[in-house]
Design a protein around this ligand. Structure first.
Ligand code: 5AD
Ligand code: SF4
Length: 467
């Protein structure tokens, strides 16, 4: 049965249901296939699962690859210019394909389509695109597809800033044991470099009961590892205490063995949350806590609203509660005005904390953000040079944090198999998020197995089953 989303009024939801029914009747016998190309963060990856769920309800099925698709959908990201350029390049490359096969449907969705000037620019440059749709309008996809199938072109849905949360949209998750669940949408932080608040809109938290119902259903369907998603989960429903409470409820759900969450903002990481991290058995031994810079002057310019010493103090408190906790982070180099000394402060912070991994980025100016018009923009060469130095230090630290595990027996949740070597290997993550490869057969996928760690490589560990 089609699950009914909580659309705003009765007329809207009746229309949604009727359209879905009509589409399913029309499309199922045609055997149309879709392929989604997803860019960017985990939030986007989860949106793609929702799009796949909606398309399945409409009677589409997944193509094995993009060549076999009747509908190609690009779920875009605009956090950095690089991602945006790749999307434009990949869509442009479809021109010939569309000429050879005019029946091919091409759609573009995601954060880029929430930028006021981008959707019209994209339609002008690539008139062969059939439709565009913003992140906050995914629930309108059935109505859009109906118009596209009727031959209307191009179809666009305007992006909404204060979009309501639409519950009950079906999600087609990859089969397995690990699932992502949104707990909130949007962001109110306005870090000066970041486009997200402009494209994902104001912060909106989902109702606790809706989240818990979704997690319970996932647990009943065999998913035992849950990742709670939001741009700043620590401000869920107005504060860290509320998020800590949510963690307690999720921890108590039968069948949930591991809980992860991202992203946390250091300014909102409450004592209650640190307490919960230390106490709750299902909460994983890993925290992703983006620091962005180790210089107070740059943190102020970034509008991060914490200092270097506040961050280091948090790390101390976290490790006092949970000594084995692994920390990962995001860092931007080459923010406007960043001096060599500011950058060295970042290197020093990295050494002081000992992150087990870091996602590192060169600052990319985003039109409309405050930092894009700041004086002191840094040249590409300096940015690249700083990125290389930062990555070299992080690689060394990752290796060091990996070494600690040698000789230990740790629990791995098996995610997949790799048959490229002589011995068939399987792999999965430790609670602390480190990836472990070890000999085994794919029938173990989905199981929690004790593994003895034998070797530490640059980004992964190598082990053997300890049973
Ligand atoms: N330039 C470079 N990196 C950025 N990020 C966000 N905006 C920008 C930008 N304009 C990085 C931040 C954030 C991560 C998701 O992407 O480090 O935490
Ligand atoms: Fe962007 Fe800052 Fe919000 Fe993260 S917290 S999404 S970096 S504005």
């Amino acid at each position: 049965m089609v699950k009914q989303p909580n659309l705003e009024n009765e007329t809207q939801s009746l229309e949604y249901e009727t359209v879905l029914r009509e589409l399913k009747k029309e499309l199922t016998p045609r055997g149309l296939k879709y392929h989604i190309e997803s860019y960017g963060c985990q939030m986007n990856a989860h949106d793609s699962e929702k799009i796949a769920g909606l398309l399945t309800e409409m009677g589409f099925s997944a193509a094995e690859n993009k060549e076999g698709a009747d509908l190609l959908l690009f779920n875009t990201c605009c956090v950095r210019e690089h991602a945006e350029k790749r999307v434009f390049g990949n869509i442009g490359a479809l021109k010939k394909k569309k000429e050879a096969n005019p029946g091919l449907m091409i759609g573009v969705c995601g954060c880029m389509m929430q930028q006021a000037d981008v959707a019209p620019r994209l339609m002008r440059r690539f008139p062969f695109v059939n439709f565009v749709i913003g992140t906050n309008n995914l629930h309108e996809l059935p109505l859009i597809m109906q118009r596209v199938l009727q031959g209307e072109r191009p179809v666009g849905v305007s992006a909404q800033d204060k979009a309501p949360i639409v519950e009950g949209l079906p999600a087609l998750r990859a089969p397995g044991v690990s699932a992502s669940v949104n707990i909130m949408y949007g962001c109110d932080n306005y870090c000066s470099y970041c486009i997200v608040p402009y494209v994902r809109g104001r912060e909106r938290s989902r109702e606790k009961t809706a989240i818990l119902d979704e997690v319970r259903e996932l647990a009943q369907n065999g998913y035992s590892e849950i990742t709670l998603l939001g741009q700043n989960v620590n401000s869920y429903c107005g504060g860290g205490a509320a998020f800590a409470n949510l963690l307690r409820y999720v921890n108590d759900i039968d069948g949930i063995k591991r809980i992860r969450f991202m992203t946390s903002h250091p300014k909102d990481l409450s004592d209650e949350l640190i307490e919960a991290l230390g106490e709750l058995p299902a909460v994983c031994c890993h925290l992703h806590l983006p620091v962005q810079s180790g210089s107070d002057a740059i943190l102020t310019q970034m509008n991060r609203r914490y200092t270097r010493s506040h961050y280091l103090n948090l790390v101390e408190k976290l490790r006092a509660k949970k000594p084995e906790l692994e920390l990962t982070t995001d860092i931007i180099v080459g923010f406007p005005g960043e001096t060599e000394q500011d950058f060295e402060d970042t290197l020093l912070l990295m050494k002081q904390v000992g992150f087990s991994a870091a996602f590192t980025f060169m600052y990319s100016p985003r039109t409309g953000t405050k930092a894009a018009s700041l004086p002191g923009q840094i040249d590409e060469k300096t940015k690249k040079d700083r990125l290389l130095r930062l990555n070299a230090l992080q690689e060394e630290q990752t290796r060091q944090t990996n070494q600690k595990y040698i000789g230990k027996v740790e629990e791995v949740l098996v995610e997949g198999s790799d048959n490229r070597r002589d011995t068939p290997m399987i792999y999965g993550r430790l609670s602390c998020f480190k990836m472990v490869y070890f000999p085994g057969n794919p029938d173990k996928i989905g199981q929690y197995l004790p593994v003895r760690i034998l070797e530490a490589h640059a980004n992964t560990l190598l082990g053997e089953m300890a049973t």
